[in-house]
Write a protein that binds this ligand. Sequence first.
Ligand code: FES
Length: 398
Amino acid sequence: MSGLRKLNMMDFTTLIPVREKKIESSPEEKLPELNAYKANRLAAALHPKSQKLIVSDVQILNDSAKLFTLCPDKEAGTEQLAYFSAGQYLCFTLKIGSVYTTRPYTICSSPKDALNGKYQILVKKVSDGFVSEYILNNWEKGTKVVSSGPLGNFTYEPLRDAKTVIGIAGGSGISVFYSLAKAVKEGTEDFSLTILYGSKTEKDILLKNELEELASGCEKIKIVHVLSDEKKDEFENGFIGADLIKKYAGTDSYSVFVCGPKAMYDFLEKEIPALNIRRKFVRFELSGVSKHAKDYKTFPCEKEGTYKLTVICAGKTVTAECSSEYTLLSALERNGIPAPARCRSGICGWCRSRLLSGEVFIPEESDGRRLADAQFGYIHPCATFPLGDITLEIPPVN
Ligand code: FES
C-alpha cells in the first residue's frame, strides 16, 4: 500500500489519451494470430493445456500393476509430447460412466524419452480405487486418452538440493525415482541417487529388473530393496527409517525425497528429526489426500453425516448430497458435476472454489491454500471434507 500512495494519480489521466491516440493511429490491418509468433509456439509446445495421447504399449508388471506407454495422437492434433523435468506428473481426464474425473500419474519415463515421442506411466490398483481399476481393465493398445501438460515441482533443483539424494519409495511411488534415475543415467540430471525402495515382499517389487539395469554400470545410481513382510538375505528388512537412511547416505550432506503411501509419510515424519539435516533437504511428493476423512486423527467424528451440497457454477445452481467421509471434489464428481482438478492433493490450487456457507474439515497436512485465500473463504475441494450443509461456488471446467 505504501508504494501505491507514492503514485501520482494524475499520471493516469494523461496515460489514457496518449493510448487512445496510439490506437487511433494504428494500421488498419489485423494483427497476426498469436501462434504466428515463435515465442508463443514455443510456450504452447512446452506448456500445452492438454495433450491427446494414444496407448502404444501395455506391459503387465504383476497382478495389480501395469506400465502404459503413450505416444502423441497426431490425428487428434498433438504433434509432439511436451518436454518435462524428471519428477513431474500428467493429469488425465476420464469419463467413467456418468462421472467426469481426473487423476494425476507421475511420468516414469525420462525427459529424453519424451523428445522421442514416448511417455510411460505406472498404474497400480488402489484398494477400492475406482479409477485405477478402470484404467487397468480398459486401457489397451490403441486407447485414446487426454492428459494435461507436465505438472508439479517434485524435481531436482541444484540450487536447493544436495548433490546426493536419498530417494525413499513405497509401492508405485517408485515411478518418480525411475524417471529421475533414467535422467541421471542419460546425463540430463547431475546428482547421485540412492533409492531405498520399500515393498511388502519380493514379488511386490515393481520394475525390479529395469531398476537393476539402470544401476548397473552407473556409479551415481544405487538401489536398495527393503522388505517389510518377508526376510531374505539379499534384502534389507523392516521399515525405512533414520538408521537405514544414514547407513546408505555415505555423507552428512544429502537430500531426502519421499514418494509413497500416507502410512510411509506418517512413519518417516517421526524419523526425520534423527537425521539432523535441515528441513529444506527433506521433500515429500504430494501423496494425494486420503479418500476417507476418518484416516485423519484430527477429524471430528461427532460431525459425521450426510449433508446437502448446493453448487453455484457460471450462474447456475444445482443441489446434491455429500458425505463427511469423502472430499467435496468426490461429491461433485459422484453427482456428475464437472469440477476442475489436477493434483487432487490440496497443493496446486487448480480446484480453488469459494465456500459461501457451511462448516468444513481441512486436514492441516493437505491445506495448500494461500493465506489470503484461507482468510477470504476459498477452499480446495479436493482436500476438504463437509461437516454440515455446504454452499460452494466453483469455477467452470473448460
Ligand atoms: S486439484 Fe490441486 S489443489 Fe485441488
